[in-house]
Design a protein around this ligand. Structure first.
Ligand SMILES: Cc1ncc(COP(=O)(O)O)c(C=O)c1O
Length: 478
């Protein structure tokens, strides 16, 4: 048995020397290999320090961190911006805790990230879910259902805020501008999870940044698309923000020992965007289009574009859609065997994150792999990614967390109330939340995920699900 199992496993993976179409955005260090980051790269382990004399304190910045955060705020056009060393996950917590009070009713997307769900539970909020729209043709979620959103806003006058994902994991963008203007009229705050949109707005071929569109608060994972270390993210706040409250929650959710490696790389990403972003993204968009056209000349696979769906889309992301009857999960496995690491897959699609640090050779490898693919090997029964609707909420999520629980086979859970979040990973979007009723369709879909090798957090040993003991007689919201 290995004494260094993690180090050896990572070492083996690195030796595969894959073309990286996944996070982090620096693509195996390529994004740092320039004179812009010289000392940081050559002395990287020496840069792993935390607060020492002459540097600054992330929890109370007065020196170099303050200056660097001001430069960040200026680039994105925010009122104030913050470096995050615990990912967009921590940013979602800070946004939600600082914007709402216990018991508040807020609008969230069914397809939001699990950190949003967890923050809703911990802040003891009442979630009202917005339905998602789906593409039957591409068998994938598209965006939020705008008319459902408007109906809720019109009919429920006690909504305090909305948390919107822009873009989603597929790079598909909702009409954020319209949503913000509707929320302004209803006096509802708009918090945006833009984990996948840190590069937005840097070139006119990209969707506009959520900050420039006027959101109250925005979180971005620098590490997903920019040359920044994994775990690093930005938080931007607008004019109406309660800075005192934000600082309290920021300091609560942030480590008191942030590594300067993270802070240096967050600063570097901003500097990179400022000095090279516009031109590099122009080039990336051109390359992405060129190869997209070539891939779309092949059989059985299609890169979905703006003209295929009714939404704005980030063209630096490929949604590789396979024809009905073939499996996206099997295509992801095949590409990995051919040395191309994708970000994630669903039943019919493989998502690739492109960055300016993917070279022509990466695109050539991808194209050759797809051209030489024996699609017969990718045949599989297809599970429709159709909307399964919004489950019925039987207890508030935080009440469900505190209720008595038991574990049973998920196959026997029809009609029971879910006791733990059920989250297929990736993309990490909760599919059932504590307090929601489990129905037959949910059981079929869980079985499908397991059969297709998708990890389902909350289903233990691929068998057991936690439910609320004795139903939920006391607090039935049915
Ligand atoms: C939409 C969305 N929000 C938030 C997160 C969390 O981001 P981080 O990994 O930076 O904590 C993710 C991660 O996949 C995500 O996809």
């Amino acid at each position: 048995l290995s004494k260094l199992p993690i180090i050896e496993a990572v070492g083996d993976y690195v030796k595969e020397n894959n073309s990286l179409f996944c996070t982090p955005g620096h693509k195996g260090g390529a994004g740092f290999m320039s004179s812009l980051s010289e000392g940081f790269v050559s002395d990287i382990l020496k840069y792993d320090i935390t607060e020492v004399e002459g540097l600054d304190n992330l929890q109370n910045p007065e020196g170099v961190i303050k200056t660097s955060q001001e430069l960040l705020s200026k680039l994105y056009g925010s009122e104030e911006s913050f470096f995050l060393v615990n990912g967009s996950t921590s940013g979602n917590f800070i946004m939600i805790f600082s914007s709402f009070n216990e018991g508040d009713k807020i609008l969230i997307e069914r397809n939001c990230h699990k950190s949003v769900y967890n923050a809703v539970i911990m802040r003891k909020l009442e979630p009202v879910f917005i339905k998602n729209t789906y593409s039957e043709r591409y068998n994938a979620p598209l965006s939020i259902d705008r008319s459902h959103f408007s109906d809720i806003l019109k009919n429920q006058k006690d909504i305090k805020g909305a948390v919107i994902t822009y873009p989603n994991y597929y790079g598909v963008c909702c009409d954020l501008e319209g949503i913000i203007s509707e929320c302004r009229e209803a006096n509802v705050k708009v918090l945006v999870d833009s984990a996948h949109g840190a590069h937005f707005g840097i070139n006119k071929g990209l969707p506009e940044s959520a900050v420039r569109l006027g959101a109250d608060m925005v979180v971005m994972s620098a590490h997903k698309t920019l040359p920044s270390l994994t775990q690093t993210a930005y938080l931007h706040v607008g004019k109406a923000a309660d800075l005192e409250k934000i600082r309290f929650y920021y300091n609560s959710f942030m480590s008191t020992s942030p590594s300067y490696l993270f802070l240096c790389s967050l600063e570097y990403s901003r500097f990179y965007l400022e000095t090279k972003g516009n031109e590099d993204y122009r080039r990336l968009l051109e390359t992405a289009k060129r190869y997209r056209d070539r891939i779309n000349g092949l059989e059985h696979v299609h890169v979905v574009g703006r003209e295929d769906i009714d939404y704005e889309i980030d063209a630096t992301r490929y949604i590789l859609n396979v024809e009905k009857g073939y499996s996206g999960h099997l295509l992801l496995d095949y590409l990995r065997k051919r040395g191309a690491q994708a970000e994630m897959s669903d039943g019919s699609n493989v998502i690739l994150i492109l960055s300016p640090f993917n070279g022509e050779e990466d695109f050539e490898r991808l194209l050759a792999s797809l051209r030489e693919c024996d699609f017969e090997e990718l045949k599989a029964d297809m599970q429709e990614a159709v909307s399964y609707g919004i489950p019925s909420l039987k207890m508030l999520p935080h009440e469900a967390i505190d209720a008595g629980k038991e574990s049973i086979s998920f196959l026997e859970a029809e009609g029971k109330v879910c006791g733990e979040s059920i989250v297929p990973y990736p993309p990490g979007v909760p599919f059932l939340m504590p307090g929601e009723e489990i129905n037959k369709k949910h059981i079929e879909i869980i079985q499908y995920f397991i059969d297709n090798g998708v990890k389902v957090l909350g289903i233990n040993e691929n068998k057991h699900i936690v439910i609320i003991r004795n139903g939920c007689a006391e607090v039935n919201r049915g």
